[in-house]
Write a protein that binds this ligand. Structure first.
Ligand code: IVH
Length: 669
């Protein structure tokens, strides 16, 4: 039945009322209707839309309640990369920043905008013709996940603008603390574990498959960036502060603390004031962001590989608390590293309850003279694991004794060893249950092979039942499908989920596989560098230790570890089995989006005007080139700054082309 005018009008009216209510509640924090009235209007709109599906617009407020369609999150390539910010930790860093701006602007006048640094998740919202059409996570800055359906549930985000604009808006999605506590209370009431902190919970919520569930958690947002999709309009931008005003007028949520200031002293005042205010805020922040206001000046100052030079984050000091250290236990890592852990009297700190903290190693315990039964000061900075800063000696009990490191592995009882020159003790039994378990957990982690469903307890169970002896067995689980399905405590569905996730993991890119196989000292970042440089596993295996060490950012410790890894027969057997299972052991052809410097090797030497050495090397890598530390015949260019010495001479003697900063900039333009 086609909709009559009465219903068309009703839908319009309800839509306006609901969007207005969202705006007043979530953006202005001044609600003017109660929850019940809101719910009733929403119900009515839902029922009219159900009857006349034609009346349902893609930006109806009913999108806020989510749907039962399962989300998948295809990748989105950001038209303009989403950069991050350089960090500063004290007023000196701010002075340095200001000095650099001053130099780069050669005496021009300038203003800053000071904003809060919200501790949430950066997202991008794209509007076409005034309609919210696509929302994505930051991802790695270049490629993010399309999470449009989930973002539509956030009531602070306008679904439809009053003007038909084509714009991209960026900002931070977060939880108000009150909402975070409410969710945690609910978790507890349902017998589920409490979430650790609002930030990670917000990240997790944005990635939920069921947008109705996202809708039930009231996420919030502050916006801090505007881009016009139309180039001509974008070129007319005057200042960041003006952009924020435009956003405000378009009803985007803009934070009230935002302030324009005229010199670095005022910036520092702002930082001090906010640091005092921090604990009174109804949401978490971890610092202040300082941005050059004029867009023309932002452009003049420019950006380096991952962050703009025209902005800086001023990070607050970590928050501290005092609590009792009940005991010291030992954790056995995936390569046998023994890490002493402080078991603490639970204490609330910066949004979460802490009951454990790392003690790093026995030297650290000795140096800080940490003893069981002591009261200790603990600290948490950003999302790092809490650590013990110091002992409150006045509160120490008279009969406390210094901590003594046990000489056996707490799990397999194998004697512990401490290699010369190392701070750590190791369990050298590679079959130790804790190590096997650790390697598996590392392998399946989200940052590695991303195998969902194989959690800590299931791995433990599968090891116990003999299904998993090493990581290669994960790819043989499918052969046992029927047997697994008959196991007590496992439904068909959960086994199918695990198996499909295992299958999906075969598509994980080479760099993730390289990280997953657990080469000592090779973290995510190093794995990425190695993968980009060598392109496939064969080349890494055949590389000499020197060749590995020559790569920018790869030190001798990593080089040795990588080199040795491939000399161990069992490691090569593992790689062989994984390759046969279908995992990726070479780079995809077109993974670098920006590859202007593909195939070129640079050596940077001397003092550059605009970049620090690390900055320019990072820039080269990000454009697909290689940055090496020594000049050879294979070097494509030596980028030489002031006072370049022996490397410049070597380049000249080998006939390697030498370029200066200006030529380099032309090259990457
Ligand atoms: S501006 C090019 N403004 O901090 C500038 N970022 O460390 C990019 N953040 O990825 C960001 N509050 O997730 C900006 N007022 C604010 C911010 C903010 C929090 C986050 C954002 C960004 C990260 C950079």
């Amino acid at each position: 039945m086609p909709a009559d005018k009465k219903n068309i009008d009703k839908v319009k009216k309800l839509t306006n009322e609901l969007l207005d209510a969202d705006y007043k509640y979530y953006v202005l924090a001044k609600p003017d209707i109660d929850d019940y009235t809101y719910d009733m209007k929403m119900k009515e709109l839902l029922s009219i839309e159900a009857e006349f599906p034609d009346l349902k617009s893609p930006n109806s407020p009913t999108q806020r309640v989510g749907s039962d369609l399962s989300n998948d999150f295809p990748s989105v390539i950001h038209t303009v990369p989403m950069l991050s910010l350089a960090n500063s930790y004290d007023e000196n860093d701010l002075n340095e920043f200001d000095k650099k701006i001053n130099n780069l602007l050669k005496g021009e006048k300038y203003r800053y905008v000071c904003e809060l640094k919200f501790d949430g998740i950066a997202v991008s919202l794209v509007y076409k013709n005034g309609l919210f059409v696509e929302g994505a996570t930051r991802g790695d800055g270049i490629r993010g996940d399309n999470i449009t359906a989930n973002l539509k549930t956030i009531r602070a985000i306008p679904l439809q603008l009053e003007k038909q604009k084509d714009i991209e808006v960026r900002g931070e999605v977060f939880f108000m603390l009150k909402e975070f506590y409410r969710i945690n209370d609910e978790q507890e009431a349902e017998g589920k574990p409490r979430y650790a902190n609002p930030r990670n919970t917000a990240a997790g919520s944005l990635k939920l498959k069921d947008s109705r569930e996202v809708s039930s958690r009231k996420l919030n947002m502050f916006c801090y960036f505007l881009r016009y999709i139309n180039d001509a309009e974008q070129k007319k931008q005057i200042s960041h502060s003006q952009n924020l005003e435009v956003l405000k007028a378009l009803k985007f949520p803009i934070n009230n603390f935002t302030k324009v200031v005229y010199n670095i002293e005022e910036v520092k005042d702002f930082c001090r004031k906010i640091e005092l205010e921090r604990d009174n805020l109804p949401y978490e922040i971890d610092g202040v962001v300082v941005k050059l206001d004029s867009i023309a000046q932002q452009e003049k100052v420019g950006s380096i590989a991952k962050s703009p030079r025209w902005a800086i984050a001023y990070k607050f000091k970590a928050k501290q608390a005092v609590t009792k250290l009940k005991s010291i236990t030992l954790q056995v890592g995936r390569i046998g590293t023994i890490t002493p852990v402080a078991e603490l009297e639970p204490v609330f700190l910066a949004g979460s309850t802490i009951s454990r903290a790392t003690l790093h190693n026995s030297d650290e315990i000795e140096r800080k003279d940490i003893r069981e039964g002591d009261y200790v000061k603990i600290e948490k900075g950003g999302d790092v694991i809490p650590k013990v800063v110091e002992v409150v000696k006045q509160k120490r009990s008279k009969n406390s004794k210094p901590f003594k490191m046990p000489n056996k592995c707490p799990v397999c009882k194998h004697p512990l060893q401490r290699p010369e020159g190392e701070a750590n003790y190791y369990c050298t039994n590679s079959l130790c249950a804790a190590q096997v378990q650790g390697r598996m957990e590392h392998f399946v982690a989200r940052t590695a092979m991303d195998i969902e469903g194989l959690g800590f307890q299931i791995i433990e169970k599968f090891i116990g039942l003999g299904y998993l002896k090493d990581v290669t067995d994960i790819y043989r689980l499918a052969e046992k499908e029927d047997e697994l399905k008959s196991l007590e405590g496992f439904g068909n569905k959960s086994i199918e989920n695990i198996l499909s996730s295992v299958e999906r993991s075969k598509k994980r890119p080479f760099e993730k596989v390289l990280f997953a196989i657990g080469i000592r000292h090779v973290g995510e970042r190093t794995a990425r560098i190695l993968a980009k440089y060598f392109k496939n596993i064969e080349s890494i295996k055949n590389a000499s230790q020197d060749e590995i060490q020559d790569i920018y950012e790869i030190g001798p410790r990593i080089a040795e570890s990588v080199y040795n890894f491939f000399k161990v027969k069992s490691n090569m057997q593992m790689i062989d089995k994984l390759r046969k299972a279908g995992l990726q052991f070479e780079m995809e052809k077109s993974t670098t989006v920006l590859n202007k410097l593909e195939g070129l090797t640079f050596v940077v030497t001397g003092t550059l005007l605009k970049y620090k050495r690390e900055e320019v090397e990072e820039l080269i890598e990000s454009l697909g080139g290689k940055a090496s530390s020594s000049v050879s015949k294979k070097t494509s260019y030596v980028l030489a700054g002031a006072e370049a010495g022996s490397k410049l001479k070597k380049a000249e003697s080998l006939g390697v082309k030498v370029i200066d900063e200006e030529e380099f900039e032309k090259m990457i333009k």
